[in-house]
Write a protein that binds this ligand. Structure first.
Ligand code: BG6
Length: 480
């Protein structure tokens, strides 16, 4: 029985495409090792790393690579006694679209070692341009058998047309029930806690609408720059890397109606309704920034117009949210690494406190702030009476921290949770193609007609126009 009592997946052969890449190093290999140490992986499993032959490594080199990745990025280090039993399950096999034979042989060998009919899980941690050929190879080689499942990384396509084509290619090989389009933000504890916060309490939902809220922010600045990912990043940019993927997923959880149940069918249906209510993006309501010095990063074009920061005002035009702007922002080389949702309240109708009358009309005193970066927190900022003879007001805060209420060590990282769910065949926290395609559709005005990038200083929160975009409100960050 796994340590935390959850269900344990059937036996599996896990195949990691892009096994020596950045994502595998930072998230996938450390995540799998953490699941192993938590006793959450199947009784019997093998992990086969794969890449085109030109990047192939030996089994031993792959194990060393995994060990270094886990030493750097896993909370349990490879010095843990559980490491050898994880490492012995790792191997490597090359696969090219015209020569899948080494991978096919490795999968067959692993299945024989396990015995019975283990499931296959293919994780495609490859650049978007490679998805279609890898999927085609899985189909042509027979690897995509009935009991196989596939995890596809974001971004799913680069625009509406490519997303549709990718979906056709995927569904020509796999049934929709076998397809897991991953967005690791949906595996974050604090993102799923939005559902609990809203729908498990009577306190919050009555005020979660246009009658009580006047703006919503979803803000994900990062201090990281592009960290050697120029080839991917310069072709992708902040909008496709973060907004069309992660931030819109978070937006759907914030904006959705209560689902009938937490099943994949019902959750996805409610998210789709949110996306259908989104108005097409108005390019007047977009700021594209580029940090100073980006064009000198190795691998970046000298005249690159790729945005390293983007801020967008979007509108969910339905009964609940009409007239409430949603401000989304994310960027690299910014002033802090934070992931916050801010719900700003309407002011009270009457300002009877002397101090209140002097306040700026759209202050920051009345907000719910959900910090969804691990370990996560929820804060309510409100005005309170300052103790003393006078009835004067001061800023106050009520705060929830996971560690104060729960055993934080039970937490899984986003990827860990989602890989586990994929092995269990649970699609509830994976995205559907119609939702993704609708987001690409409303993004078309921006993708077709992007404004020029504006420079911003490294360590700032974007160019000055980011502040104008949100006026008369304020970005919660930087919070001083
Ligand atoms: C990835 C993006 O999907 O998410 C990265 O490609 C970004 O650019 C990352 O840094 C942020 O995720 P997290 O969970 O590590 O904060």
């Amino acid at each position: 029985m796994p340590k935390n009592g959850s269900a344990r997946p059937e036996n599996h052969v896990i195949v990691l495409f892009g096994a020596t890449g950045d994502l595998a190093k930072r998230k996938l290999l450390p995540g799998l090792f953490h699941l192993h140490t938590a006793g959450l992986l199947p009784q019997e499993y093998r992990i086969i790393g794969t890449s085109p032959a030109q990047y192939a490594v030996t089994d031993e080199q792959f194990k060393e690579h995994a060990e270094a990745a886990c030493a750097d990025f896993c909370i349990t280090k490879p010095t843990d006694p559980s490491w050898p039993s994880f490492a012995e399950r790792l191997s490597f096999a090359a696969a090219d679209p015209d020569d899948p034979a080494p991978l096919v042989a490795a999968v067959q060998k692993a299945e024989k070692e396990i015995g019975g009919s283990p499931r296959r899980l293919f994780h495609l941690a490859v650049p978007p341009a490679a998805f279609t050929s890898v999927i085609g190879m899985l189909g042509a080689s027979g690897l995509a058998a009935d009991r196989a499942r596939v995890i596809i990384e974001k971004p799913f396509g680069t625009d509406l047309d490519s997303a549709r084509k990718l979906d056709q290619a995927v569904l020509a090989v796999f049934d929709e029930s076998q397809v897991f389009r991953i967005d690791h933000f949906l595996g974050k504890e604090s993102v799923d806690n939005i559902l609990a916060f809203r729908f498990a309490n009577g306190l919050n939902e009555p005020i979660w609408n246009r009658h009580h809220l006047r703006y919503v922010e979803i803000d994900v600045p990062e201090t990281l720059s592009i960290e050697g990912r120029a080839a991917f990043y310069d072709a992708t940019g902040a909008y496709r890397d973060m907004v069309v993927t992660h931030l819109f997923q978070v937006l759907a959880f914030v904006a959705m109606e209560a689902p009938v149940s937490l099943s994949a069918k019902h959750l996805r249906a409610e998210k789709l309704k949110v996306y259908e209510a989104l108005k097409p993006i108005d390019v007047q309501h977009v700021v594209r920034g580029q940090y100073e010095g980006y064009r000198s990063e190795p691998g970046v074009a000298a005249n690159s117009q790729t945005e390293t920061m983007v801020a967008v005002r979007v509108e969910v035009d339905n009964w609940r949210w009409h007239g409430v702007p949603f401000f989304l922002r994310s960027g690299k080389a910014m002033g802090a690494s934070r992931q916050v949702i801010v719900l700003g309240f309407q002011p009270p109708p009457l300002r009877m406190f002397p101090a209140h009358r002097k306040d700026t009309p759209y202050g920051r005193q009345n907000e719910i702030v959900i910090d969804f970066a691990d370990p996560g927190a929820i804060k309510v900022n409100f005005l309170a009476k300052v103790p003393g003879a006078e009835l004067s007001l001061g800023n106050a805060e009520m705060a929830f921290y996971y560690k104060d209420s729960f055993v934080a060590s039970n937490a899984l990282e986003g990827y860990e949770r989602l890989i586990l769910l994929a092995m269990l065949g649970d699609q509830s926290l994976f995205t559907s193609s119609d939702g993704i395609e609708r987001v690409w559709e409303i993004s078309e005005p921006l993708l077709e007609n992007p404004s020029p990038v504006e420079p911003y200083a490294v360590g700032s929160y974007g160019p000055e126009s980011v502040r104008q975009l949100i006026a008369p409100y304020h970005w919660h960050l930087p919070h001083v």
